[in-house]
Design a protein. Structure first.
Length: 106
C-alpha cells in the first residue's frame, strides 16, 4: 500500500504563491488576441478562484487543467504546450514542496 498526503501531513509548501504559477505559464501563451498582460491574467485567475471558493467553501479542489481551460477560453487564448504540461508548469511555479521534518521515519 502507498500512502501519500500533500496537505501538511507529509509535505508542505513554505513558499506557496499562486501568482508565481501564473507567471510561470504566461510565457507559454501562444495566442493572446486581446493583449491581456500578466497582471490582468493573474488577477482574473485569482479572483475567479476566490469566487468559486466563496460559493463552494474553503476546502475545494479544482483540477488545474479544467480551471486553466476556462480562463484561456474566456480570453480567447491558447498555449504552446499541452494542457497537461501547463498544469505541471503552474504547479511547479506556485511552490517547491518539501517534506515535513520526521517524514522519513514514518
Amino acid at each position: 500500500m502507498i500512502l501519500f498526503d500533500y496537505g501538511d501531513t507529509l509535505m508542505y509548501e513554505p513558499d506557496f504563491e499562486p501568482f508565481n504559477g501564473n507567471k510561470a505559464i504566461y510565457p507559454y501563451i501562444r495566442e493572446n488576441p486581446h493583449s491581456i498582460n500578466l497582471e490582468e491574467f493573474s488577477e482574473y485567475l485569482l479572483t475567479l478562484f476566490d469566487e468559486i471558493k466563496t460559493l463552494r467553501g474553503e476546502m475545494i479542489e479544482i483540477h488545474e487543467h479544467i480551471f486553466l481551460r476556462n480562463v484561456l477560453e474566456h480570453f480567447d487564448m491558447n498555449l504552446s504546450v499541452p494542457i497537461e504540461e501547463a498544469e505541471w508548469i503552474i504547479m511547479n511555479g506556485v511552490s517547491n514542496a518539501v517534506t515535513l521534518p520526521g517524514t522519513a521515519e514514518c
